[in-house]
Every structure is written in structure tokens, then in C-alpha cells.
Design a protein around this ligand. Structure first.
Ligand code: NAP
Length: 314
């Protein structure tokens, strides 16, 4: 089946859904390929207290449901399936979703990123209940707690330093005896009295009924196992942008993030825009993703307006 639309949005987190609200209200009748795991990373979080406008906070999935309802209200059509392939080499652009082939004059990509997890048996059960992947989002909930931060890169060190504002103690657990983080970040962490290090250590399990209470560590050199009592564990071992679909079609940076032009959401292909965590390795917040979704909507709208005289199948 072949369908043509002015605008197709691929991905349905805060960025894509904000782009949908804006473009739907601009009468572009956007079609959103929302994916089988619609809603993005907020679907995996519990309480969100830093999204402006929600004074008492809101659960991540509820927030996403509200975004979606708002997008639907203005006429967005959602396709609950994953995009299988895209072709941006010719116009109109093509997006295949199982046996449906969508063609589009403009595309907004908002497929997001996923935080890497350790793969522990209890990790997903305790996610949002002591286990977190975002200190900026959840640090506030850990006042006077003992916290572990896993990883040795800039993210882990930055999160650990940030968490010392709240925590009683922060233990950085790193699988080697040398940090990957930049020297200046290392120095800051080493000088921070609230931060301890457990070198050559990997987390092999997490425990807690309802909430995290401890983690089990294994010494990567000696092989010894030990338990550490913590009520917070921040996993900071990197993110993977969801860009496998776009490799070879759009410019990606060495870590796979879509490259966008400064101060815009334009990608290396004119008419294809990217917003949210798929192009942002720095801020990674729902509100910044939503903001860049708005930018993508405005960029796409202007692009479509400017190219209206060009026949769709040129
Ligand atoms: P990263 O630099 O790739 O570091 C990931 C860390 O997690 C590494 O120390 C790695 O250990 C560890 N790790 C990976 N998989 C693991 C596993 N399965 N179990 C245990 N540990 C594991 O990622 P990042 O820290 O998120 O940083 C990503 C990029 O953003 C980097 O370029 C970074 O410089 C940049 N960044 C910059 C800032 C800043 O400048 N303020 C802040 C945040 C991020 P190994 O070291 O043994 O590989």
C-alpha cells in the first residue's frame, strides 16, 4: 500500500509528539510512525517533577499519554508500528512500515536514544524504584541516601558530582582502575569528600523488595564478591541513539547521533529534520526534547512552505 503525506514523523517521545502538536495545528496533517514501544524513555520512568506546568509532578507514562492526546486532538494520525526502512535519496522520501509505504515531502526524526543498562536480573524491576539512568531527573529523590554510580566516563563523574548535592555518600563503581572521564572531571571527583571509588568492580546483581536496598559487586581482578548497601543506583554507562535506520542516509557523528546544523534541526538531507535525544547528547531532558520538537516543526513548516511550488515527484 502506498500513501503520500506532506509530513511524516518517525518516533514518539516528547520531541516527536511536540512536533506533531505544532505541525497538526499548522494543518500539515502529520502522520506519526510511533513505534511498537511508543512514548520513548519517559515510559520507563516513574515520577517526573521537573516538567514545567505539573506542580505536583506527574508519572512519566501519564505525561506521554497527555502529549499523545494533545497531538491526536489536532489531527495527528499515529501508526503503531516500527519503521522498517527509509529512503532519503530521492523525493518524495520513502518510509516503509511493514507492508505500508509512506512517501513524504518532509520527515521529522525523533527516534530518541536508550540509556545502556547493565543487564542485571532485577534491574528493570527496580528501574524507577532506586535504579535510575538520569541524575538530573531523579537526584532530588535521593536526599541523604547512599548512592552508587556505575561507569567511569564523563557522564558517570558528572552525575556523581551532581548527586553529592543530595546524597549522604556516592560510590563510583568502575570496572577498571582508571577512569575514562576527562582529567578535570576526574580531579573534581577525587577531591570531593562525599565521593568514594570502588575500582575494578562490576555490579552483578541488585536487591530490594519494591525498592533498591543493595547491590552485589564482583572484583574484576580477584573475583571476590561483596554487597554494598545503597538505596540508589545510577547507571551511567552511555546511551545508544536509535539511528540504525538512518546509517548511510544521513550524516551521523562517530557515536551514531544525527548531526544537525547549529541552531536548527536540519540534517544533512534537505527536508529531513531531527529533534530530541537522537541528536542531543548533552541535555537529554523531556523539556529540551519537546523544545527541539517545536523547532523541528517550525523548520519543517518553513521548508514545506518554501518548496510548495516544487512538484512532489521531481
Ligand atoms: P562513555 O564515555 O562511553 O563512558 C562509558 C563508561 O561506562 C566507561 O567508563 C565504560 O567503561 C563504562 N561502561 C560501559 N559499559 C559498561 C558495562 N557494561 N559495565 C560497566 N561499565 C561500563 O559514555 P558517557 O560517559 O555517557 O559519555 C559519552 C560522551 O559524552 C563522551 O564523549 C563524553 O566525554 C561526553 N560527555 C561530556 C560531558 C562533559 O564534558 N561535561 C558530560 C557527559 C558526557 P570503560 O572505561 O572500561 O570502557
Amino acid at each position: 500500500m502506498l500513501e503520500h503525506h506532506e509530513l511524516v514523523i518517525v518516533g514518539s517521545g516528547p520531541a516527536g509528539l511536540t512536533a506533531a502538536v505544532y505541525t497538526a495545528r499548522a494543518n500539515l496533517e502529520p502522520v506519526m510512525v510511533e513505534g511498537l514501544a511508543a512514548g520513548g524513555q519517559l515510559m520507563l520512568t516513574t515520577e517526573v517533577e521537573n516538567y514545567p506546568g505539573f506542580i505536583e509532578g506527574i508519572m512519566g507514562p501519564d505525561l506521554m499519554m497527555r502529549f499523545r492526546e494533545q497531538a491526536l486532538r489536532f489531527g495527528t494520525r499515529c501508526i503503531t508500528a516500527d519503521a522498517d526502512s527509509v529512503d532519503f535519496s530521492a523525493r518524495p522520501f520513502r518510509i516503509r512500515v511493514s507492508d505500508l509505504e509512506l512517501t513524504a515531502d518532509a520527515v521529522i526524526i525523533s527516534t530518541g536514544a536508550t540509556a545502556r543498562m547493565l543487564g542485571l536480573a532485577n534491574e528493570s524491576r527496580l528501574l524507577g524504584h532506586g535504579v535510575s539512568t538520569c541524575a538530573t531527573c531523579d537526584g532530588f529523590f535521593f536526599r541523604d541516601h547512599d548512592i552508587a554510580v556505575i561507569g567511569g566516563g564523563d557522564s558517570a563523574i558528572e552525575e556523581a558530582i551532581f548527586l553529592t548535592k543530595f546524597a549522604r555518600k556516592v560510590t563510583i563503581i568502575h570496572r577498571r582502575d582508571e577512569l575514562r572521564a576527562s582529567k578535570i572531571m576526574q580531579d573534581r571527583a577525587l577531591a570531593n569528600a562525599k565521593i568514594d571509588f570502588r575500582w575494578n568492580s562490576e555490579v552483578i546483581d541488585a536487591f530490594g523488595e519494591g525498592k533498591l536496598s543493595s547491590i552485589r559487586l564482583r572484583d574484576t581482578v580477584a573475583g571476590e564478591e561483596s554487597d554494598l548497601a545503597v538505596t540508589g543506583m545510577f547507571v551511567a554507562i552511555g546511551h545508544d541513539p536509535a539511528t540504525a535506520l538512518f546509517a548511510g542516509q544521513l550524516d551521523l557523528d562517530p557515536d551514531g547521533y544525527i548531526v544537525t546544523a547549529p541552531d536548527s534541526t536540519r540534517t544533512s538531507v534537505e527536508g529531513v529534520f531531527a529533534c530530541g535525544d537522537v541528536q542531543d547528547r548533552t541535555y537529554r531532558q523531556a523539556v529540551t526534547a519537546a523544545g527541539s520538537g517545536c523547532m523541528a516543526a517550525i523548520d519543517a513548516e518553513r521548508y514545506l512552505e518554501a518548496t510548495k511550488h516544487v512538484p512532489a515527484h521531481s
